[in-house]
Design a protein around this ligand. Sequence first.
Ligand code: 0L1
Ligand code: MG
Length: 262
Amino acid sequence: MSLDTTVIRELAEHLETCELQARDTPKITLDHPGMDWDDAYAVQDEILRRKLSRGARVAGLKAGLTSFAKMRQMGVETPIFGFLADSFLVPDGGECRHADLIHPKVEPEIVFVTKAPLTGPGCTIAEVLAATDFVLAGIEVIDSRYRDFKFDLKSVVADNCSSSRFVVGGIMRDPRDLDLRTTGAVMEKNGRVVSLGAGAAVLGHPANAVAMLANHLGRRGAGIPAGTLILTGGLTEAVAVEPGDHVALHMQGMGCTSLTFV
Ligand code: 0L1
Ligand code: MG
């Protein structure tokens, strides 16, 4: 760690205020160029602590930048991890207020829900599949707090990986019945196809994103509890949305999931 506790707290307050007030900010590493990965995750942890202290609950966890398309879009090679608060959840088919966000984008994701704890390091894709209760379709709405998307990876991690809203579908599937590598996804905006992909786009198999999350948490002395919902990362590049846009995700074998920006 290179930043002291006071600075970590100030950065968390700043970034969370930007999130809650839909205000953008220059990336935080401009003022703190020595910020390391532990500092970045400590800022994210402090944002979580602030939300929990006001009565929020953790609705799930997420892996980000797990697809080759997203890595290319961002010019990076490492996934990142964040949390989902209950206030981020939008009901399937529901509305999301665009004015509450800065410059939102949507991405199609395969969602895992665990039935047994997972711990790392050394967690494998086989352990993830054995510990998975069911999978669902999901749309993540990301909304980086950084002005004009000018950020670096540590700033993004501190900003809880741009987490903002998410929707999950209602059709639960047993991963044993599916080949998640070839599970196809088609995302439409206002009835027009804007992105399409398959599960293998996420690290070869989306369960790998869950294993990497367990290994990441294991290095920090934590794990994935049973009953955790996990967004495994966009199968495609993220797509910008405007007020009035209707976004629908058709995930093979998992039905259609949607939301409208109002
Ligand atoms: O969910 C994610 O893939 C995180 C993306 C973080 C960077 C961005 O805001 O585009
Ligand atoms: Mg995502």
